[in-house]
Ligand binder design. Structure first.
Ligand code: G3P
Length: 218
């Protein structure tokens, strides 16, 4: 399973990269705004900085919601760096844009996916990734992980190449369960990735090993 970090924070991206387990980055307009990155030129410069840190797929989202606008923005974004993946919302014009990009070899991430039907459309349009939002479904009392299971099964039934990118992953158990289900990718904040590190028995065990080793030094 690939680990993507879901942030536009350069420090967090660098830290996840330094850990040696990072496969890519996902961003969205809200994550950019959270870092105070506004305006076309600043946003583009920020994508370039992310591409300089991580050698893996970097999702950059279009703002347009019409086909021509999405194509224009997406083609511009794809030209920035070979690792840019054009992130397109799951709307009618978005499906058309994904088809357009996939026919031209431009990678896409279909975002804001909340149903199996939407995921099926994304795959048929040739999306590279589909992003079902696990946490946001949980927020409204619907089982987000069940949707991941459904999509993995449907894609498996027909051999779709679209990768299931579990998004809106909020905590360690989300990530573990996505791995059990067989999601191709999870994207999550740094805290979820580093949350995998911790176990009290590891800390206690290490303390004991070190103190026993130190007995030889007295
Ligand atoms: O990848 C989508 C993600 O940014 C949404 O996460 O926590 O805002 O639902 P969240």
């Amino acid at each position: 399973m690939k680990f993507f970090i879901d942030t536009a924070n350069l420090q967090d991206i660098q830290e996840a990269h330094d850990l040696g387990v990072l496969d890519g980055v996902t961003t969205n307009p809200s994550l950019m705004a959270k870092e105070g990155i506004f305006g076309h030129d600043n946003v583009i410069a920020h994508y370039k900085k992310i591409c300089d840190i991580v050698d893996g797929d970097i999702s950059a989202e279009v703002i347009a919601v019409d086909f021509d606008g999405m194509v224009r923005e997406g083609e511009f974004l794809a030209e920035l760096h070979p690792n840019i993946v054009v992130k397109v919302p799951m709307i009618r014009e978005g499906v058309k844009a994904i088809r357009h990009f996939s026919e031209r070899g431009i990678k896409t991430n279909c975002t804001l996916v909340f149903s199996a039907g939407q995921a099926l459309l994304a795959a048929k349009a040739g999306a590279t990734y589909v992003s079902p939002f696990v946490g946001r479904l949980d927020d409204v009392g619907t089982d987000g992980l069940q949707l991941i299971e459904q999509i993995v099964q449907i894609y498996g039934n027909y051999g779709y190449q679209t990768q299931v990118l579990a998004a809106s992953v909020r905590h360690v158990m989300h990530l573990i369960q996505c791995a059990e289900i067989g999601a191709d990718v999870v994207t999550c904040p740094l805290s979820v990735i580093t949350g995998l590190l911790h176990h009290p028995l590891t800390d206690n065990g290490l303390q004991k090993f070190l103190s026993d080793h130190a007995k030889g030094n007295v």
